[in-house]
Design a protein around this ligand. Sequence first.
Ligand code: GAR
Length: 223
Amino acid sequence: MRRIAVLASGGGSNLQAILDHLAALGAAAPAAVTLVVSDRADGYALERARARGVVAAHLPRSAPDDALERLLDEHRCDLVVLAGYLRLVPEPVVRRWSGRMLNIHPALLPAFGGHGMYGHRVHEAVLAAGVRLSGATVHFVNEQFDRGAIVAQWPVPVRPDDTVETLAQRVLAVEHRLYPWCVEAVARGDVRLDDDGHVHGSLPYAFPRFAVEGPRHPFVPDE
Ligand code: GAR
């Protein structure tokens, strides 16, 4: 059983989706969330962790640079999953967990990513640009913000009457489906980051054909 650390600064709805997915897999789950880290003492993600009996650690901004690495070592974490984590992950951690660290971004990277692009700022930029398609991207983490190799993407339409809130809600709904699948696939070894810097393998679910082919009918979750 592989051991997952989830790092989350916000509400932790993606953390919840991952916990629920792995719980639904039961004995067939290839991994378990064994540690949740937040830089905010009052982050709801920590509550969600405690409710499932998962160790919840608050890592204050004032913590020493190597505090995160020590926590991950202490809990023998195989995979690190960033779920709305707003702190920079120190480079030694990024290097050591290369190919074993995932992030989710609420837009179709490489557009609308990079330093300072998180949460509602991303959706504001998408609306300001007037693009008609947004979505969610799961990628391996490397030293550059939002530039690691892409595991999967799920597009959603941008509607003319969208606000930041309505678009964020539509994207978040697909994040909750996409991220747990990617976490499971990487934990199983079905999807890997190879030495050539490319992602190999595929998700154990039928949907992501359009991850390579382009969507004919973008998925629109029930609203
Ligand atoms: C999610 O929309 C995630 O994609 C985004 O933060 C939100 C966290 O929500 N991450 C970024 O913007 C990273 N650049 P959650 O706490 O409810 O999972």
